[in-house]
Write a protein that binds this ligand. Structure first.
Ligand code: 58G
Length: 222
């Protein structure tokens, strides 16, 4: 999977080069290419934004600069996504479907957003990571890269995405590891029994109870 990211702040993507995603990049399972939109400003002051037509607060990213940055990418067979609070809200099903694409171009806005004309011209889908406003699309882009990359073959250990929370539409069962006793609290006896059938049954019950308690809304969905 290739991710091209159009952003004014490529340095913001340093954290995603850590841990599991960093390893996946090293192993060439995924490729994350950062394009600095500012490099495409023709202005001597490298300006990328301007005041909104019609008035109002803040600055708007210029259509021509964003378009020139986009045109520097080979976008054949790429899906272009604009991260915006106005987009379709991301969920696990959507993440799984996006992981089937070969090439995603992620457009990150800042300030009051991007001139609508370039959005209309190049964007295939608008996606939001939840109903709140952020200062930029960079964190949502990282959320998308992280969640989608987990579905790329080889990124996680075998079975990690099919077994997990949300793939069955309910929450996870609780996990325990050593020590067997922590601050007077014992690990549930059944997990030490070695009886795999009973353990599976217990975990299913725990997952269902957990969901009823914490996210009852997930159980009333079709
Ligand atoms: C209104 C406000 C429209 C994604 C800001 C457009 C991006 C939240 C999300 C914007 C974002 C989300 C400018 C800053 C998009 C632009 C960006 N905020 N919920 N902010 O996924």
């Amino acid at each position: 999977m290739k991710f091209d990211v159009l952003t004014l702040f490529p340095e913001m993507f340093e954290p995603i080069k850590q841990s599991i995603i960093g390893k996946a990049v090293e192993r060439e399972l995924i490729d994350i290419n950062l394009i600095n939109i500012r490099d495409f400003s023709k202005d001597k002051h490298k300006k990328v934004d301007d005041t909104p037509y019609g008035g109002g607060a803040g600055m708007v990213m210029r259509a021509d600069v964003v378009y020139d940055a986009y045109k520097s990418i080979n976008s054949e067979d790429a899906k272009v996504i604009y991260l915006t609070p106005q987009g379709n809200v991301l969920n696990q099903k959507k993440v799984e479907n996006l992981s089937k694409e070969k090439h995603l171009i992620l457009l990150c806005g800042h300030y009051e957003g991007i001139d609508q004309r370039v959005i209309d011209k190049i964007v295939d889908e608008e996606i939001s990571i939840g109903d709140y406003v952020l200062t930029g699309g960079e964190i949502p882009a990282m959320v998308l890269i992280d969640s989608v990359s987990r579905y790329i073959d080889g990124v996680l250990s075998e079975g990690s995405t099919s077994e997990e929370s949300f793939s069955h539409g309910i929450l996870e069962y609780p996990q325990y590891t050593r020590p067997e006793i922590f601050e007077d609290m014992k690990v549930p006896e059944i997990l030490l029994s070695g009886h795999h059938q009973n353990i599976s049954k217990w975990r299913e019950e725990q997952a269902l109870q957990n969901t009823k308690l914490k996210r009852p809304d997930l159980l009333n969905r079709q």
